[in-house]
Design a protein around this ligand. Structure first.
Ligand code: BG6
Length: 531
């Protein structure tokens, strides 16, 4: 079977299935958490679903000393388990083994030239054996402080070189030697550092070769926003200020800072969640229709939307942005410590673990429609949702009920944990009397799809192998989002600007955040929709 061919299958619905060209993944940070939890399992599932070219291989690099066998062994049990208890043990063991036989490892110091010389020699060997096309995808999954040194070494060693015509993967047959670099978030910690990283990347590769990842873009429901809005005719006419009252985006997590205090103390929740996931979801929900489903046309519209967001000025932060930190509390019946008592966190840390803000979009479609965004750790439940509240009916024929007494229609994109879409409408309750009730029409992926939905990384890694950048962040997008977030982050951490930043609220772990968040909406005569 020619696995490298692109196939288009139309089965009742329009369905594009593609098998990428041969490629190898060279993962920096291969002994780390991301590689173990996401990258290798996602590549394995692609392999298992026959969505990887048969000519792939994976090459890990990290500081930890180990050989190929030990590297493989570190994944074996988890991958086998992921195939499910019901599957034939011998067969699943063989599938895992044949996948892991394509995995290799080299240990070394990221700052030493030797590591890159060794990698280069190893890739020559492996390319000969597995893929003569020499398509290499470098994945930066190390701590972010290592990104620039690694990129510089990729350039110096010639590893990032590409033949003059091999810019993108989606190329006529015969072209070879494409390289690209996937950069895990965080992409910088402010506008300046993001630009610096970008300029180093641009010294060794072109924009078409740089894949800035935001895993939220690979989530099923997030991708579905585009289809929902632009593949159906009934929503677009009402997707504007005439019909929509407000939009709320929530990412609530149960987890605390876990073992990432070192990173989180430097980042804080605003940088960690808003510059990327929150603004990405906002841009998909609010952007204008792109003229085609082409990476750059979609990304043009996202950037245009981000540019239309009215930047929050320092003197407006107190009124429009709420920052808070979790105190001790109870999560799922278990006592959990306050953020300041977590391992690696300074006892007097003022780093925020929760942010809520009100944004406005200064364009024709959204003038006057508030966008309320909130995200936080150690909240009452894990729940990420985009909630669109429509305006009240203009007139009520159901006297004595007034228009404002009738609950508005609410459309919810359920991003996680239960992916789907729901619509709240008012309807008659069956019976002899005229009673009105809120009815929820619910679509759940779990009702129509057997088994678990693919992890966001599966989609994104596949897209990278296909050379499709639609779900990756372009440089201008990254710059606009940082320019919106950086001034707020700077006020948050500059002690001399404490009066501009407002109070750092403390909320009990396991709650819905500080009361001030309710007030942010109450001032506008609104409230958070219960999710
Ligand atoms: C990451 C953040 O990007 O997203 C984490 O760095 C956060 O702090 C995570 O926990 C949330 O992702 P998900 O997919 O679990 O919602």
């Amino acid at each position: 079977m020619a696995l490298t061919q692109t196939t288009l299958n139309i089965r009742g619905t329009f369905c594009i299935e593609t098998i990428p060209k041969p490629a190898s993944f060279i993962i920096f940070g291969a002994s780390g958490d991301l590689t173990h939890r996401k990258l290798i399992p996602s590549l394995f599932f692609l392999y298992q679903k026959a969505l990887l070219s048969e000519h792939f291989y994976i090459h890990g690099c990290a500081r930890t000393q180990m050989d190929d066998e030990k590297f493989r062994a570190s994944f074996f049990d988890k991958l086998k388990e992921s195939l499910g208890k019901s599957s034939d043990t011998k067969a699943s063991g063989n599938t895992v083994k044949s996948f892991l036989n394509r995995c290799f490892y080299i240990a070394g110091d990221y700052n030493s030239e030797n590591l890159y010389i060794n990698i280069k020699n190893r890739l020559v060997e492996l390319d000969k054996k597995f893929q003569k096309e020499k398509n290499h995808i470098f994945y930066l999954a190390t701590p972010p402080s290592l990104y620039i040194p690694i990129v510089q070494h990729l350039g110096k060693s010639g590893l990032s070189d590409t033949p003059p015509n091999a810019g993108a993967f989606r190329r006529p047959h015969g072209e070879r030697g494409r390289t690209c670099i996937i950069v895990e978030k965080p992409f910088g910690r402010d506008l300046e550092s993001a630009r610096k990283l970008d300029s180093e990347l641009k010294k060794v590769s072109k924009e078409e070769q740089i894949y800035r990842i935001d895993h939220y873009l690979g989530k099923e429901t997030v991708q579905n926003i585009l289809l929902f809005r632009f593949a159906n005719s009934i929503f677009e006419p009402i997707w504007n200020r005439r019909y929509i009252d407000n939009i709320q985006i929530t990412v609530a997590e149960l987890l605390g800072v876990e073992h990432r205090a070192g990173y989180f103390e430097q980042a804080g929740l605003l940088r960690d969640m808003f510059q990327n996931h929150m603004l990405q979801m906002l841009s998909l929900v609010a952007m204008e229709p792109p003229i085609s489903f082409d990476a750059n046309r979609v990304r043009d519209e996202k950037v245009k939307l981000l540019r239309a967001i009215t930047p929050i000025q320092p003197h407006e932060i107190r009124d429009r942005v709420i920052r808070a930190q979790y105190g001790k509390g109870t999560i799922e019946g278990r006592e959990v410590p306050a953020y300041r008592d977590e391992k690696g966190v300074a006892p007097d840390s003022t780093v925020e673990t929760y942010v809520a803000m009100k944004l406005s979009i200064d364009n024709w479609r959204w003038q006057g429609v508030p966008f309320y965004l909130r995200a936080g750790k150690r909240l009452a439940k894990k729940s990420s949702k985009i909630v669109i509240t429509f305006k009240n009916v203009p007139h009520s024929m159901f006297q004595p009920l007034r228009p404002e007494d009738l609950e508005p229609n609410i459309l919810i994109f359920h991003v996680q944990p239960e992916e789907g879409i729901s619509l709240r409408i008012l309807a008659k309750r069956p019976g002899p009397k005229l009673c009105m009730d809120t009815l929820e029409m619910v679509f759940r992926y779990s009702d129509v799809i057997e088994g678990e939905l693919p992890d966001a990384y599966e989609r994104l890694l596949l897209d990278c192998m296909l050379g499709d950048q639609t779900l990756f962040i372009r440089n201008d997008d990254m710059e606009v989002s940082w320019s919106l977030i950086t001034p707020i982050a700077e006020v948050f951490e500059d002690k001399s600007k404490a009066s501009l930043a407002g109070t750092l609220h403390i909320y009990p772990a396991g709650s819905w955040g500080p009361v001030a968040t309710e007030e942010l909406l109450q001032k506008d005569g609104r409230s958070w929709v219960r999710i």
